[in-house]
Ligand binder design. Structure first.
Ligand SMILES: Cc1cc2nc3c(=O)[nH]c(=O)nc-3n(C[C@H](O)[C@H](O)[C@H](O)COP(=O)(O)OP(=O)(O)OC[C@H]3O[C@@H](n4cnc5c(N)ncnc54)[C@H](O)[C@@H]3O)c2cc1C
Length: 454
């Protein structure tokens, strides 16, 4: 097989986790390759048209990216409060894409898009190489250390690491959802409508000063609810085909733009037929929800359907078996760990597997994510980061959110740089060194007795 190249560190997956990891890695002086199966940098935060981190951004590269978006007037980076806790601002997906490209190029990361990892090459229990499938065929990539930021834990699974999938009781995972975007909504009129139906709104965020123009609501307006009206529409014979009883509307950067989270497809995000069917069914659901809004909610009279997010929104797939499995009790109990690499306050955010509902439950001031959750059992030379780290199904409801993904990407990068420099395995990393580097970048670690800075 043709050798594509030899690197210090190869990061698989260019979602926010992989992007943060690769930038940090290259800044640490490692010869770094970032592999991505699609043509998009940023994964769900760009191609999924996400608009906000659910939780506080905890220093590091992601914090810089948000600040940079704000510099382009593409993010509102103020800290906000919700019923489930504090979170950092909102951003525009395309501005985020722009700053990701800038930061990757400045750091000197080599990027290979449209390159899917399809096999691993091991020597004994040590991961040495990845087989990638590209337009021109199969190629081999070699490295001292690998970071699996594929979201799905593809590299770890291919290398033979054990993993967990779905609920213990029935194996079901959180549903697949793609955002869709609508333009030309009369937001002041929509706000009036939400206020008239206040008992049907779970959450309603409007600028303190209010406003009569769409511009006044840009990146601030946020509303969740509409349950009663969906029920009423169904009773009146409206063909509601979405297996969900509520929706969330978020104002984007363009005046009159809304990003809408309502579609829901139940199924295993690792199954080919499920993925194909989801792409189509989710579009049909988005058109249905759009028709509902036009018919039942004020402000949508002249709305224009812009797009369904180009990247399918896979919420949950593999959770890799690591040297520690972060548990529901840890997350709800605000646990701190000596080897923690980031303090996470993201709520337990679970979209009901197989059902219609969703929960967002506060985790108070947050919990520490142990470094051991990033080190898979049974394979050397590999770290995992992002939504595939080692956690149980409820802890996953929190760690799957963008803040923890970014934190674990950053920590994995420091650890991989250490491995590459010292010729050791991730399990032999001096965690104090990783923690020191993280702390220097403004990260709250989540260790016992730490004084939290914001
Ligand atoms: C609809 C929806 C709404 C959400 N809303 C929020 C929210 O409001 N706030 C929040 O904080 N979080 C939210 N989340 C969760 C959050 O967006 C994700 O969990 C997070 O962005 C995952 O980041 P990641 O980098 O780990 O994975 P991804 O963004 O999924 O990136 C993984 C990348 O790896 C690539 N890849 C996969 N397999 C391979 C392979 N074999 N070879 C090469 N490349 C590969 C993929 O193409 C992808 O680009 C939401 C998720 C969904 C689905």
């Amino acid at each position: 097989m043709e050798l594509f190249g030899t690197y210090d560190v190869v990061v698989t997956g260019a979602g926010i986790t992989g992007v943060v990891a690769a930038i940090r890695e290259a800044r640490e002086g490692a010869k770094t390759l970032l592999l991505e199966a699609s043509g998009v940098l940023g994964g769900l935060v760009t191609g999924g048209r996400l608009t906000k981190p659910t939780g506080l951004i905890n220093g590091g590269v992601f914090h810089e990216l948000i600040q940079r978006c704000a510099g382009y007037k593409g993010a509102d980076n103020r800290t906000r409060e919700s019923y489930w806790g504090a979170y950092t601002g909102a951003f525009d997906a395309e501005v985020m894409q722009r700053v990701v490209i800038e930061a990757i190029e400045e750091a000197g990361v080599e990027v290979l898009l449209r390159a899917q990892v399809v096999q691993t090459m091991k020597e004994g229990g040590h991961l040495r190489g990845l087989q990638i499938q590209t337009k021109s065929g199969s190629k081999l990539v070699l490295a001292k250390v690998f970071i699996d930021a594929s979201g799905d834990g593809d590299v770890a699974a291919l290398a033979g690491v054990q993993f967990m999938l779905g609920r213990k009781t029935d194996g079901l995972t959180q549903p697949i959802t793609s955002y869709f975007r609508v333009l030309n909504v009369d937001i002041p009129r929509l706000v009036e409508d939400c206020r008239e139906h206040r008992d049907d709104m779970w959450e309603l965020v409007v600028p303190e000063t209010g406003g009569s123009r769409n511009e006044d609501y840009v990146m601030v307006f946020f509303a969740t609810g509409f349950t009663k009206r969906i029920e009423q529409a169904k009773n009146e014979g409206f063909p509601w085909i979405v297996p969900k009883d509520h929706m969330t509307l978020k104002a984007g950067l363009i005046p009159g733009e809304l990003n809408i989270n309502v579609t829901r497809f139940h199924g295993n995000g690792l199954d080919d037929r499920t993925l194909s069917k989801a792409e189509i069914e989710i579009r049909k659901q988005a058109y249905c929800a759009f028709d509902f809004l036009k018919q039942y909610v004020k402000g949508f009279e002249n709305a224009i359907f812009l797009e369904v997010a180009p990247k399918l929104g896979i919420r949950e797939t593999r959770r890799i078996q690591g040297h520690y499995v972060l548990t529901e009790a840890d997350v709800r109990g605000e646990a701190r760990f000596e080897d923690a690499i980031g303090l996470c306050n993201s709520p337990v955010d679970i979209h009901e597997p197989g059902g219609e509902r969703a929960i967002m439950e506060s985790v108070g001031s947050g919990y520490g994510i142990p470094y051991r959750c990033l080190v898979p059992e049974g394979v050397r030379g590999l770290l995992v980061a992002g939504r595939c780290i080692s956690v149980d199904e409820v802890a996953y409801g929190s760690t799957r959110n963008v803040p923890a993904c970014a934190m674990t990407g950053e920590a994995a990068a420091f650890a991989a740089a250490y491995c590459s420099k010292h010729g050791v395995d991730p399990l032999q990393v001096d965690v104090n060194e990783v923690q020191k580097s993280l702390r220097d970048g403004g990260v709250n670690l989540g260790i016992p007795g730490e004084v939290i800075s914001r």
